[in-house]
Design a protein around this ligand. Structure first.
Ligand SMILES: *[C@@H]1O[C@H](CO)[C@@H](O)[C@H](O)[C@H]1NC(C)=O
Ligand SMILES: *[C@@H]1O[C@H](CO)[C@@H](O)[C@H](O)[C@H]1NC(C)=O
Ligand SMILES: *[C@@H]1O[C@H](CO)[C@@H](O)[C@H](O)[C@H]1NC(C)=O
Length: 424
């Protein structure tokens, strides 16, 4: 398969060359109409996250150099028309663009995830696996994917294809004939759909008791199931993927630790993270339906959810439908596995203390918290720049900070009013 050949070549020859990135201008609107696939980064020169993405982007461009996907970038401060045309509202934004469609990348901005996204978008929504060996190979490189087994003339196939087309930016969807799938997994009936995750095949079953009172079509129950299953059991949560993870509508349980620049984690935090992970792996059946676990390597996401500077390590549980959150009373380091387990029970039966929410006051306060924290970080990084910026009109400052923060966690909206008025 071309995809894999490409994949390995990419890893063997990691030479860096920024010049592989095409510099795009206002003319891109018409160039795009000429056809082909584009992977484009929309950035602004002053945005810190954009600078961090630069070397990654050079690697991405190098990896796609001989493919049918062209890699470019648009400086939105010079070409605001293009930014407006693609409705860019944060930097950096990565889009896969065809003559008539564009899809935004929502994952973590690392080379592998960006490349996977590009390869997925350049192919059909569902790719066929034609041999048992290629299925083995896919299991080797993809930790999580969905697969349909059977003939393509069934209602189940129609729903699967429909969901796969909508979810193409977010996950891998395959199909295979029964003979091929049976060499990997025991199957009682065909057609069937399964998710491959943590080395296990979990089958979709239509009569899962999704809101029995609401008469769901097969179509939407498939959508719901795929939406719930599309994350690893214990993924790293980042600004890129948190908004997608929130869409699972589960309780989001976040182990908060801090990585240093080399992505190392201090031993006591690592131990805590491992405790949490061991619990969910052991009690997967109990939690998996209503809880999505994950960990963050930089506390700002969790601080922004909890609207306070959390001690490290911490445990935060976010109710993704209401925006409420829960924090255990005990210090996380002193919480053995069964105490964490009890705490999650109490979150689930709604006896654990509740904080926050999506009310207006809370949203104002969250915006205020994010802005002051971002300002404090900026000040530490560059006092001169910060004082210049603070001299600028407030709405403009909001815009800059918004772009620095890049995502609007929990839809905390940019308000033009002075947040200091909202502190009371
Ligand atoms: C599936 O649901 C979508 C809306 O989410 C609808 O547009 C589509 O027609 C449905 N497909 C089938 C096969 O029911
Ligand atoms: C969130 O809170 C609401 C209201 O208290 C509750 O109905 C719901 O089950 C909670 N959990 C999730 C995951 O939404
Ligand atoms: C909630 O769960 C906790 C922990 O399992 C338990 O002690 C408590 O009795 C439960 N409360 C209710 C109202 O079910």
């Amino acid at each position: 398969m071309l995809f894999f050949k490409h994949f390995f070549i990419t890893y063997l020859f990691m030479e860096i060359s920024a010049s592989r990135v095409l510099e795009l201008s206002d003319r891109f609107s018409s160039i795009r109409q000429e056809g082909g696939y584009w992977l484009v980064k929309f950035y602004a020169p002053w945005c810190g996250y954009c600078k961090r993405l630069e070397p990654v982007w050079a690697h991405v461009a190098q990896a796609l150099y001989r493919s049918n996907i062209r890699v470019g970038r648009v400086d939105c401060s010079r070409f605001p028309n293009i930014a407006a045309e693609f409705k860019i509202n944060g930097f950096p934004t990565i889009k896969f663009i065809t003559p008539d469609q564009d899809h935004t990348f929502h994952g973590d901005q690392n080379k592998e995830d960006i490349l996977n996204f590009a390869f997925r978008m350049a192919g059909p929504p569902v790719q066929e696996i034609t041999s048992s060996e290629s299925l083995s190979r896919i299991k080797g490189v993809n930790q999580l994917f969905f697969m349909y087994v059977g003939r393509q003339d069934d209602n189940l196939w129609t729903s699967y294809l429909d969901v796969a087309s909508k979810m193409q930016p977010h996950g891998f969807f395959y199909f295979a004939k029964e003979e091929i799938a049976k060499q990997h997994v025991d199957m009682d009936e065909v057609p069937a759909v399964f998710v491959y995750k943590d080395g296990l095949h979990t089958f979709y079953s239509e009569d899962v008791d999704y809101d029995a009172e609401q008469n769901h079509e097969q179509n939407s129950s498939m959508y719901k199931w795929i939406n719930e299953e599309r994350f690893d059991t214990f993924p790293k949560i980042t600004k890129g993927n948190i908004n997608e993870i929130i869409k699972t509508n589960k309780y989001i349980v976040i182990a908060v630790v801090e990585e240093n620049k080399l992505q190392q984690i201090p031993p006591e935090m690592l131990e805590f993270r491992e405790t949490v992970e061991s619990l969910i792996r052991r009690k997967k059946d109990k939690y998996h339906k209503y809880f999505q676990f994950g960990w963050v390597g930089s506390p700002d996401i969790a601080n922004s959810i909890a609207m306070q500077v959390l001690p490290l390590p911490s445990l935060v549980v976010l109710n993704s439908t209401t925006g409420h959150f829960h924090i255990p009373e005990d210090k996380p380091l002193q919480m053995p596995v069964d105490v964490i387990d009890l705490f999650l029970d109490r979150v689930f039966n709604q006896t654990a203390p509740v904080y926050g929410g999506n009310g207006l006051t809370i949203r104002y306060y969250r915006t205020y918290f994010e802005i002051t924290t971002a300002l404090a970080n900026m000040w530490r990084g560059n006092p001169t720049l910060t004082s210049v910026l603070v001299g600028l009109p407030f709405s403009f400052l909001c815009f800059i900070l918004y772009s620095i923060c890049c995502t609007d966690i929990l839809d905390a909206e940019d308000e033009e009013e002075d947040p200091h008025e909202k502190r009371d």
